[in-house]
Ligand binder design. Structure first.
Ligand code: ZN
Ligand code: FE
Length: 242
């Protein structure tokens, strides 16, 4: 099985759309297309035809390109069953425990409710990659729009079961803001201080800072490192107010 090719497409102010290609089957999938044109262009540049869209949650900056990409390619759109009513373009409804495929690459669907009530993630275990939408960011986590700190704590604990080498593909470049906040709640963490400096340099040079890895998050992400749901809720509220 040839490795997946994963392309990062920056769109809008800080969204990342992920274009995922399986060289064996030629299947090409888009995670959370906020908009259509740059995604269609990125695929065309590489001679790829989009066969699938996978959505992690209903927010318009994750689904806004669904209809136009489907119209252009006839692709199949897969997303959270629990948000079916809010993603009118959905063809296939999935939920935690289901398996979806890109060619022969299998991804298990995880239920990660909190940012939205039906938020899901796609974990390619053999490829050591997980697409987490707006649940985890580099040194951060998603806002609790439709869920609780208890739920987000459970999500972080579940993500913490993955190997350090697992790459985490999140949907926004929030890293610098997250790092600057993280050092205020975890000031003694040397790995975090070093990462903030590295991220400041990367952003000053115009570089992207994701994907991240579970290992880097385990060392520096205050939400993943929170010892309890109460502590996660406390720092989430501080970040919201920052
Ligand atoms: Zn969102
Ligand atoms: Fe988003």
């Amino acid at each position: 099985m040839t490795a997946l090719e994963i392309v990062r497409i920056p769109v809008l102010s800080d969204n990342y759309v992920w274009l995922v290609h399986d060289p064996d089957s030629k299947a090409t999938m888009v995670v959370d297309p906020a908009i259509a044109d740059p995604v269609l262009a990125a695929a065309a540049e590489r001679g790829w035809t989009i066969t699938d869209i996978w959505n992690t949650h209903w927010h318009p900056d994750h689904t806004g390109g669904n209809a136009a990409i489907k119209q252009a390619t006839g692709c199949t759109i897969t997303g959270p069953a629990a948000e079916y009513a809010r993603i009118p373009t959905l063809d296939v409804q999935v939920a935690g425990g289901d398996t979806v495929h890109l060619g022969r690459h299998a991804a298990s669907v995880w239920d990660l409710p909190a940012h939205t009530a039906g938020h899901i993630a796609f974990h390619f275990a053999e490829d050591a990659a997980i697409f987490v939408g707006d649940t985890m960011f580099a040194m951060g986590c998603g806002r609790l729009f439709e869920g609780t700190a208890d739920q987000m704590f459970a999500n972080m604990q579940k993500l913490a079961t993955l190997d350090d080498a697992t790459r985490v593909y999140c949907a926004h470049e929030y890293t610098l803001s997250n790092a600057r906040f993280a050092v205020t709640v975890d000031p003694e963490n040397d790995a975090l201080a070093a990462r903030l400096a590295a991220v400041e340099a990367a952003r000053a040079a115009g570089e992207a800072t994701v994907p991240t890895t579970i290992g880097d998050e385990r060392a520096t992400n205050p939400f993943l490192r929170a010892p309890s749901a109460a502590e996660l809720g406390r720092i989430r509220a501080l970040k919201d107010a920052a």
